[in-house]
Design a protein. Structure first.
Length: 80
């Protein structure tokens, strides 16, 4: 019985580690509320910290479009 409980405990810990580690922070770039592209850091596979990821977001601001030269748009970056 102890052996079965030990195996279940090890499996539970392993499952928890795989679901919490290795997640990617995905940042999505928007112009005038329209999604342009998304970027993720695939090279770094460290412990995922939701607060650190979300702090990389940028509040909406006026800037020059990366799609159309010379056009003024509202730019926003949302990271999850």
């Amino acid at each position: 019985m102890k052996k079965v409980l030990s195996i279940i405990a090890v499996a539970a810990v392993a499952t928890l580690m795989f679901t919490s580690c290795g997640k990617k922070c995905v940042c999505t770039y928007y112009e005038d509320g329209v999604k342009q592209y998304a970027v993720s850091d695939a090279d770094v596979k460290s412990i995922y910290e939701k607060a650190y990821c979300e702090n990389q977001s940028v509040a909406p601001f006026q800037g020059e479009s990366s799609v159309i030269d010379g056009k003024e748009v509202t730019i926003e970056v949302k990271c999850k």
